[in-house]
Write a protein that binds this ligand. Structure first.
Ligand SMILES: [Zn+2]
Length: 208
């Protein structure tokens, strides 16, 4: 059973890629009691802001929109979680060298084509860049950038650097950008240290 957090969640961005960070919005993913962080549409907006997908102003507009369309907002949250799980499984199958499920590809591609309808090219300081059309009231707006980042990563050479955290219970994804490609944990401060402490403890136990 997935437990849900009641207070405001603390999101972490240790995945080195927006789509992997999005997959990491559930704690202890591979444990028997995962903890969901996307427990409300507002939390999805908060994540979008912290991921620099939405400005404060855009998030406020969407929050207001969600207040007027509660059912739609709830459906968007559900859709976000389904998409997140499909993205997670697509990356996970790659790390295991197995084939992705047809249904996950379908979920992903349907979200991708929906997002791309809203994409555009904008003039930037050094030429042109990808942008989004200024339709500020689409509730699923936070997902567009996620799905495009996932598509970019899935089709790039960096795909082979996607890893699952070495902790038994964490299951977070990250891009191993370390020089020797030896990064094993999503975060050395949390999972890495816990693993080291466990190893130290069992060695001490064996010694005594
Ligand atoms: Zn971890």
């Amino acid at each position: 059973m997935v437990e849900t957090e009641t207070q405001q969640p603390i999101f972490e961005f240790s995945g080195k890629n927006m789509s992997l960070d999005f997959c990491n919005t559930i704690h202890d993913r591979t444990s028997s009691s995962p903890r969901e962080l996307l427990t409300s549409y507002d939390n999805l907006l908060l994540w979008g802001q912290e991921a620099h997908i939405l400005s404060e102003e855009e998030a406020k507009l969407l929050e207001e929109e969600a207040r007027h369309h509660k059912e739609e907002a709830a459906a968007t949250l559900q859709q976000a979680i389904e998409l997140r799980e499909a993205i997670y499984r697509l990356f996970d199958t790659m790390t295991q060298g197995t084939s992705p499920a047809e249904s996950d590809l379908e979920t992903f591609n349907s979200a991708l084509s929906h997002a791309m309808i809203h994409s555009c090219v904008e003039a930037g300081p050094y030429g042109f860049e990808w942008g989004w059309q200024p339709e500020k009231r689409n509730l699923d707006r936070p997902l567009w950038a996620v799905v495009r980042a996932a598509a970019d990563l899935l089709t790039s050479e960096q795909l082979e650097d996607v890893r699952v955290c070495a902790s038994d219970t964490c299951g977070w994804l990250f891009l191993d950008t370390s020089k020797n490609h030896t990064r094993r944990w999503c975060d050395m401060k949390s999972c890495g240290n816990r693993a080291k402490a466990r190893k130290h403890y069992s060695q001490k136990k064996r010694a005594s």
